[in-house]
Design a protein around this ligand. Structure first.
Ligand code: GDP
Ligand code: GDP
Length: 434
């Protein structure tokens, strides 16, 4: 279930400081473990047990001051379209500015919940200065200090209260495959080639493909829904390749999918936004297949695929157990292989290992290679099981679970992958007190 909260506002009001506080920098810590820093603008947060996706729209603004204004209006419009809740941040130090008024005008016209947040209220004295923000016509406001955290609890209480209700877990009897990737990677061409009819208009000019939608697809014995994100640029107001917009759109598509087919343009390599989208899928615990498209355009020698694979694996480490298919939507080379692989990944993700089989396999391995003793204490793992969750999660019961370190968790994960086959699927390994 995707619930998206977008933080909007002009530069320097403290959006990214607030964002970091709300995701408690957990994401950054995870990245430090894997040795990779990326994706600063999107995270998952939870408060009182309610989870939501948080987007810092400010992270996507590039350019000089004079183009800011236009960019920000555009972002706010996109955020209004794509998010469930808008958090509009203003700055008590500067007071109301013209740009704040522009943003407020756009927000007043939307029917989504808007939270006006007066930031940098670090002291009680500044509380009084906040009243001038009533002039924005957005009603009540929240005063916070993103730096010291005051007021953010009350804000979060109100935000989660306004989130759409928890829906019943979507029971889609059909696998949902999201076709994601940068503009012009060949997503519509791929879907078009699969469907074999000209339902999608494919052109060289960005912004002409159709609106995104789901297509039920059944051929070659598989039935599934394809979730297309290709058409996102058709709306007149989004003429250019705006990273922010495709990320917003991908967030939704990815969260509603079982497996993501990440389409790359072989002539452009595996770059920033590709990595970002991969990361979104991984973090949401979705299956992933990487499709290196336009392979027909590459001058091939015996090493081209190998070199490309290595370049991708460098970027996605440590989660490198991901299928990579070299294909061409144009010549249709391996397009069915792509779908077959997605089906395999789907099956891997739904795989359930019987507890007896899991213990028979894993306990001898653990016996042979136990976790290293910490502070003179020996860690004993007695029992393990797979949790009944939609994605693979395993729990290992130990006498001293707190002493099991990340390298050992990765060792266990790799053993699970080797013995049971979870290619393309992120898996979680937990250690708990028995
Ligand atoms: P953004 O451009 O809206 O993302 O703003 P940033 O989060 O980068 O913050 C801009 C500046 O405001 C930075 O120097 C922050 O340290 C500062 N800042 C952010 N939140 C607060 C706050 O609550 N109090 C004070 N005094 N400064 C803040
Ligand atoms: P989308 O924005 O990801 O949906 O990309 P499109 O499907 O619209 O493709 C962008 C451009 O790349 C179009 O000109 C396509 O004809 C071209 N294209 C797509 N797939 C291939 C391919 O496999 N080989 C070649 N040579 N061109 C392709």
């Amino acid at each position: 279930m995707s619930r998206i909260v977008a933080i909007v506002g002009r530069p320097n009001v403290g959006k990214s400081t607030l964002f970091n506080r709300l995701i408690k920098r957990r994401e950054a810590i995870v990245d430090a473990v894997s040795g990779v820093t990326r994706d600063r603008h999107y995270g998952r947060s939870d408060w009182n047990g309610r989870e939501f996706s948080l987007i810092d729209t400010g992270g996507y603004v590039v350019g000089s001051d004079d183009i800011f204004e236009q960019e920000i209006d555009k972002q706010v419009e996109l955020a209004i379209d794509e998010a469930d809740i808008l958090v509009f941040v203003v700055d008590v130090e500067t007071g109301v500015t013209g740009m704040d008024e522009d943003v407020a005008n756009l927000l007043r016209r939307s029917d989504k919940p808007v939270f006006l947040v007066v930031n940098k209220v670090d002291t009680a004295m500044r509380e009084a200065n906040a009243v001038e923000f009533y002039s924005l016509g957005l009603g009540e406001y929240y005063t916070i200090s993103s730096i010291n955290g005051s007021g953010t609890g009350e804000l979060l209480d109100a935000v989660v209260e306004a989130l759409p209700e928890d829906e019943e877990e979507e029971v889609s009897e059909l696998p949902r495959f999201a076709v994601v990737g940068r503009p012009n990677a060949g997503k519509s061409s791929f879907i078009n080639a699969l469907i074999g009819e000209d339902r999608y208009i494919v052109t060289d000019i960005a912004g002409t493909t159709r609106d995104s939608n789901d297509t039920r697809y059944n051929r070659f014995g598989f039935e599934f829904n394809l979730v297309d994100t290709a058409g996102i640029r058709r709306k007149a107001k989004v003429k250019e390749d705006l990273e922010f917009y495709s990320v917003m759109r991908s967030v939704r598509a990815i969260e509603h999918s079982d497996v993501c087919l990440l389409v790359l343009d072989a002539t452009r390599g595996f770059e920033g936004q590709d990595v970002n989208i991969f990361w979104l899928a991984q973090r949401n615990r979705k299956g992933v297949v990487i499709l290196v498209n336009k392979w027909d355009l590459i001058e091939k020698d015996t090493n081209s695929a190998k070199a490309f694979t290595q370049a991708i694996e460098r970027e996605i480490a440590p989660f490198t157990d991901v299928p990579i298919i070299y294909m061409s939507a144009l010549t249709k080379q391996r397009i069915y292989k792509a779908i077959e692989t997605a089906v395999e990944v789907y099956e891997n993700r739904s795989k359930r290992i019987k507890t007896s089989v899991l213990n028979e396999t894993m306990l001898p391995i653990i016996e042979n290679t136990p976790p290293p003793a910490t502070k003179g204490k020996f860690i004993k793992i007695k029992y393990c099981m797979q949790l009944p969750t939609p994605m693979p999660q395993f729990v290992f019961f130990a006498n001293l679970p707190q002493y099991v370190k990340d390298p050992y968790k990765r060792f266990i994960e790799n053993q699970l992958r080797d013995h049971f086959g979870f290619t393309g699927v992120p898996i979680d390994v937990y250690f708990r007190k028995k």
